[in-house]
Ligand binder design. Sequence first.
Ligand code: SF4
Length: 295
Amino acid sequence: MAKKKTIAAGSPSQRTPPAQRRARSSTASLPAVPDAELRRRAKRIVGVLRRLYPDAHCELDHINPFQLLVATILSAQCTDKRVNMVTPALFARFPDARAMADADVREIEELVKTTGFFRNKARNIQGASQRIVEAFGGEVPQTMEELLTLPGVARKTANVVLGTAFKAPEGVVVDTHVQRLSRRMGLTERSDPVKIERDLMALFPRSQWDELSHLMIWHGRRCCDARKPDCDRCDLKDKLCPRVGVSIDVEGKESKRSGQRGVMTSGKTGRRGSRKSDDGNGTGQRSTGRRSASR
Ligand code: SF4
């Protein structure tokens, strides 16, 4: 059996810089201030990902903010592909917030059944629709504060809607892919999605927040798999990605265990981060780690 080793951050600059660590320890609730070298590496990572995925975009089919909101709620613990299979019939039957608010919830359940957790999702979709009608005149609100008042909408879902539908991101969408990749790339040491989001917000300009999440999600789905990242053919492997927590055997092949997060060497006590994900609807369900289940 091939020996396994776990790659830690390759150089001091690829690890979290001391200044950033100090900032975290003293002001844990505030975004850390990354050093210039980390910023430069982050900028180059975005450049490579842009070149690889010039068409990166949200893969949930939608034609308006309401449809995106509903699709995002449905995407918790489910693949975008599966969501895109159920939404055409759902939106044909209930095309807007008013129609969804007045629907028989059992009919919504039936239409979204195959996305999993369907009773909870149907209840949240109807609850959000009712609030949109009652408090916002039938239009999806355009601020984080207002979006967070909708049933089933947590920060991640709100970020998807604000960034993709309104082009006004107030943060970075941190789904399971963004969580995994940003740690492997050494852009954060955090496990908690909200803290990862703060680190990424500090590292990238606001103008890139929406694009960044799409780029990472696309790279996570196509190359940096949770269980078996394809580092050999990854354009980031040489100088840009320290592959934090990725185990490889001595022949250089990624191990099946490489998706384990927080397994670090070089004396670092890798946080064995909780697998609990922000599923976007506040259910706190555990991530399945299924390939391409994005949110
Ligand atoms: S595939 Fe490997 S080199 Fe590429 S981003 Fe993922 S961990 Fe880094």
